[in-house]
Design a protein around this ligand. Sequence first.
Ligand code: FES
Ligand SMILES: [Fe+2]
Length: 400
Amino acid sequence: MTQMLSSQDRCAALTQVVGDVDVALGLPNEAYLSADYFEEEKRKVFAASWAGIGFAKDLPEPLWVKPIEFLGEPLLLARDREGQVRVFYNVCRHRGMKLVFEAGKQNVIRCPYHSWSYDHGGTLKITPHAGGPGNNICSRLEKDVTGLIEIRSHVFMGVIFINLDGKAPAFEEANAGLLQRWHEYADKPLTHTGSDSGFTLSLDTNWKLAVENYCESYHLPWVHPSLNSYSRLEDHYHIMQAGEELRPGVTSEAFAGQGTLVYSPMLADDGRRFPAFDGLDPKWDKQAEYTALFPNVLLGVHKDHSFAIVIEPKGPTQSVEHVEIFYAQPHVAEAEWQAMRDKNATMWKQVFEEDIFVVEGMQKGRSASGFDGGVFAPAMDAPTHVFHQWAASKMLAEAQ
Ligand code: FES
Ligand SMILES: [Fe+2]
């Protein structure tokens, strides 16, 4: 039974979530079940923040385009002539036809309806016969329509982020805390090696449960026994940072996750290891960190590779995880590294598959109508609570 709260009860429930970790309750059941809550999240959580929608590697060269859907919005990812990633609504400015149906390289972005054409910067270039047969000039167009409707976008760690409502602080400001923490990784070129470096997982769960689970290492001994055999619970530490006021009216976002002090993968029998990123502090020899960039991107950094998971919310109880792995040095794409790449991807796939049981199990638990959101064990669940606080605060925020 989907449980809907009155707006007063919802407000009271969310207010309990934002309290201190030792007294707070988790988000109420309706946050995981209700279509209405999910609709409101689209606006207050996803549109108002920097949400992950895809990967820059899917636009391998200038003039590539890729149509996607995100939360029901038809979007177009494009790489312009200068190599810049751009995101537009995938809709023609004429009569609103969906513009692009297939990914690929195109010299112009041409609408299949009346052939209006745009360049990859979104500028309207040709409007055949718009002024009458044989006349491509229409004064109304020159005045009112200059091109596709662009959405603010930013690429970080291989992920394409958008801010749909256009009101969030600039990406670098919104995520100033994480960029500072990971400044050594932030601008490094990443090598994606094709289909052996990515996979998708479909989950019967609300997107937030995947984020929550990612924020904590508490479950390691029971859910990831093989990982726990070399990276034990006590080798992990919490990562959590509240949003900070950067300047009047501009606040960075909170973020949370966990790190390990004993990262040391053995992927080859001969002891060979992937080459590391250039210029890292020696602390990264053994450290690795896993952080959720709210709302829906899960990132991991290690000295020799990073990964990014874009969680695509498909509805209140359905999500898809798009996982891509990126290596530190371009020559890892060569054939001699294939076996190790395969092993690395298999290892991560196993870890993320092990999590499916618990994120789907927590989803099932949310149908228990007497469940109150649950409590947090302050010593172990504080990063998870940071996410709950963030998600509840977004829902409590009044529309600007
Ligand atoms: S709707 Fe695109 S050209 Fe007419
Ligand atoms: Fe896990």
